[in-house]
Design a binder for this molecule. Structure first.
Ligand code: HEC
Length: 360
């Protein structure tokens, strides 16, 4: 049974009784107050309007009391007017919803090979495990105010969604954050050039052994991962053949400098889409829709040695290089990635290879 209709009927009856009895009048005014609050807080438009009209109608009760039919007629008109206005509003909402369904349809996801089993021999190293935990906590969630949730409702609840979103129904009176569906997308024209001006610099030979970093530059690398994955725009994944609103991984900015070092180049070592590990070459920071067709290069000596370490569960390795420093940081399968990437938590999905130089 529809909550709004029942509530309206009760209000109608009580308000009519309220013309003759002070007790009923008080209850009616209280329920009207609640109706206004529901309008304010959960967008229950029809109840709010009806409550407003009835409060006005009750104010005219001395006028109404002279003819028995005046109040029923007035309050009946109030109900019709409130439902009518709300109906017109829901028509607009319905058009918006249809438009969003067409703009963000279910689409099959690109074939994605599962990651190689990165650590067949037991659990992750303790440090790596706790960093993965921390990263997972920073990935924007799928709560009920999220874009993902709005997309799910948009597609999976066909029945009178419009009725709910404007507060007609009882199940979900809270407004859906439909605006998020288009608004959180990163603009297509957003390009982030490599900070060194885009010339794919020949990778300097390193001048030291590859060393494991326990804490330095981890924050820089984490910021990079979180920005790149673009988790707010993962979309709703019903299954691999039905994904709505996915925007591919891409950077929106250069990671902030850290300890007086700034990023000069940042490239993606792809581990999934090619038969062997390859580095995508681009004048811009990694953006998957572009990289699909981008040229690649083989890994250089530092990257080969570093990847070995990452495969042994380390997270971030470094080596000195003339005029700067090289970093290689693993991108691991977090619990939020598995729905698309398969494999198991902690597997390597890729790595970022950085050159850093001193100065801001
Ligand atoms: C909604 C699906 C989806 C989710 C969730 C997802 N990805 Fe992806 N990812 C893809 C797709 C699809 C590609 C292939 C490139 C493309 O088509 O955009 C990809 C590619 C990648 C690549 C590049 C692989 C290569 O070899 O080029 C990395 C790295 C990556 N994802 C990391 C992650 C991480 C880390 C997470 C979780 C924090 C994650 N992805 C979550 C869909 C997803």
């Amino acid at each position: 049974m529809n909550f709004t209709l029942v509530y309206s009927a009760i209000l109608l009856l009580l308000s009519n009784a309220g013309v003759y009895s002070g007790g009923f009048r008080k209850i009616t005014i209280m329920l009207c107050g609640m109706g206004l609050l529901m309008w304010l807080f959960v967008g229950a438009v029809p109840l709010g309007l009806l409550s407003l009209f009835l409060i006005f109608a009750l104010a005219t009760r001395t006028f109404c009391a002279r003819r028995w039919w005046r109040f029923p007629a007035l309050s009946g008109t109030a109900v019709l007017a409130a439902l009518g206005i709300a109906f017109l509003m829901t028509q607009t909402e319905q058009r918006r919803i249809t438009g969003l369904r067409e703009a963000f349809p279910y689409q099959p996801m690109r074939e994605l090979p599962a990651p190689v089993d990165s650590f067949p021999g037991g659990p992750l190293l303790a440090g790596t495990e706790s960093r993965l935990d921390y990263l997972e906590g920073k990935v924007p969630g799928e709560g009920w105010r999220s874009r993902t949730h709005a997309l799910q409702i948009l597609h999976e609840e066909n029945v009178s969604l419009f009725v709910r979103s404007s507060g007609f129904g009882q199940e979900r009176m809270v407004r859906l954050p439909l605006g998020k569906i288009p608004d959180t997308l990163r603009p297509d024209e957003l390009r982030v050039p490599q900070p060194n001006g885009g010339s794919s610099r020949t990778h300097a030979e390193t001048t030291s052994e590859v060393r494991v970093l326990e804490w330095e530059f981890h924050e820089l690398h984490r910021q990079g991962i979180l920005d790149f994955i673009n988790a707010e725009n993962f979309g709703h994944v019903k299954d691999r053949r039905n994904v709505a609103g996915f925007q591919s991984h891409r950077f929106s900015k250069v990671p902030e400098p850290s300890d007086g070092w700034r990023v000069e180049t940042l490239e993606l070592v792809g581990l999934l889409l090619h038969a062997e590990p390859r580095v995508y070459v681009s004048a811009e920071l990694p953006r998957m829709d572009e990289l699909r067709k981008a040229p690649t290069r083989p890994l250089d000596r530092f990257e080969v040695a570093g990847l070995e370490q990452l495969r042994c569960d380390e997270d971030l390795v470094a080596a000195d290089a003339p005029g700067g420093m090289r970093l290689l940081g693993g991108i691991r399968n977090a619990k939020q990635c598995i729905q698309c990437h398969d494999g198991k938590r902690g597997d390597l999905l890729g790595a970022f290879t950085y050159t850093l130089v001193k100065g801001r």
